[in-house]
Design a protein around this ligand. Structure first.
Ligand code: GLN
Length: 315
């Protein structure tokens, strides 16, 4: 689906951008100093349509770490490597109804889904487990880069070191899963955790993030480069779980009110996918009590109040 009057559409985006700019609610994440230092004023909106049209407003070239927004991306890649059945013999597909980092497993003793920490650590374990740590990093960096069509992708080593330093809960989750024999045989626990922290510490800008989201919107084919980065099944599964589990404990309400697959992260980013139409990346560090970017959520609400993008609009 192509936006017929893209300039008119951009005019609406400008208005929504400005309206969200006035929202001064929320608090910047403070569990590590590198995130606590983020400025509350940052606000970026970037759009990339499936036919390659671009819109950007605000701090769209300032790098920030992907954090939990890496979870759907890594999950999509792991699906391509392992297939749906193998992946889901290790991780479920059910919203947990619990906090994203809660120390719990589902009734089958598996992590509930790949969008919460336990499931994302499991997903990391399932990406090229036979490669060395360095080659795994190279592999995933290259895959993320393809998703972004060679636009900005970085790695923030200070955030990585900080994550690793303040990771008691993630260590606890990994040991709890090992105790319950969740991991494939031969999984190296510490290396898997390092890999998970590295994924959280990858940097994008709102502009490159919009291209990543647009690749998900375009059936896994990067709309700018034509590169078939993800399989059809991987995209379908990923968008489904973003829809049901992407916004922490607000996921059900977000699905009701906005009705679009999305994923948020603690750096204040939101990847929003309008399937077959466009990818949007939003970034503003202050978070609400659910851990979602305040301006990001407001933007999504205002967008669907002006346009019939909700999954169940216009049936
Ligand atoms: N690095 C964070 C963690 O694993 C990511 C969390 C997030 O973005 N919600 O706890």
């Amino acid at each position: 689906f192509i936006i017929p009057d893209f300039r008119g559409f951009c005019h609406h985006l400008d208005q929504i951008y400005n309206s969200c700019k006035n929202n001064t609610n929320g608090k910047v994440a403070s569990y590590i100093p590198q995130l606590a230092r983020l400025k509350s004023e940052h606000w970026a909106v970037s759009v990339c349509t499936v036919d390659g049209q671009r819109y950007s407003n605000g701090d769209v070239n300032v790098p920030f770490t992907l954090q939990s927004c890496s979870k759907p991306l890594t999950y999509a890649m792991a699906l391509g490597l392992n297939g749906t059945d193998t992946m889901h013999s290790y991780v479920g597909m059910e919203p947990s109804g619990r906090y994203f980092n809660e120390l719990c497993l589902d009734y089958n003793n598996k992590p509930h889904n790949p969008m919460i920490n336990a499931g994302a650590i499991m997903t990391a374990a399932l990406v090229k487990p036979n490669l060395s740590a360095a080659d795994r990093f190279d592999f995933i960096f290259n895959m993320y880069k393809r998703l972004a069509g060679d636009e900005f992708l970085g790695f923030n080593n200070a955030v990585f070191l900080s994550e690793k330093e303040c990771a008691d809960r993630n260590f606890a989750l990994a040991y709890f899963m090992r105790e319950n024999k969740c991991f494939p045989e031969g999984t190296r626990l510490h290396e898997t955790l390092d890999f998970y922290f590295q994924l959280c510490s990858m940097e994008i800008t709102a502009e490159s993030g919009a291209v990543m989201a647009a690749t998900l919107a375009n059936g896994g084919i990067n709309p700018l480069t034509g590169d078939p980065v993800l399989t059809i099944d991987a995209v379908r599964n990923t968008l489904t779980l973003m829809h049901s589990c992407g916004m922490y404990n607000y996921s059900g309400q977000f699905a009701f009110k906005v009705g679009l697959p999305s994923k948020s992260g603690v750096s204040g980013c939101v990847l929003l996918v309008i399937p077959n139409t466009m990818g949007i990346c939003l970034w503003s560090p202050p978070l609400d009590t659910n851990g979602n970017s305040c301006r990001g959520v407001q933007f999504c609400m205002e967008l669907v109040s002006r346009f019939n993008f909700h999954n169940f609009d216009n049936l």
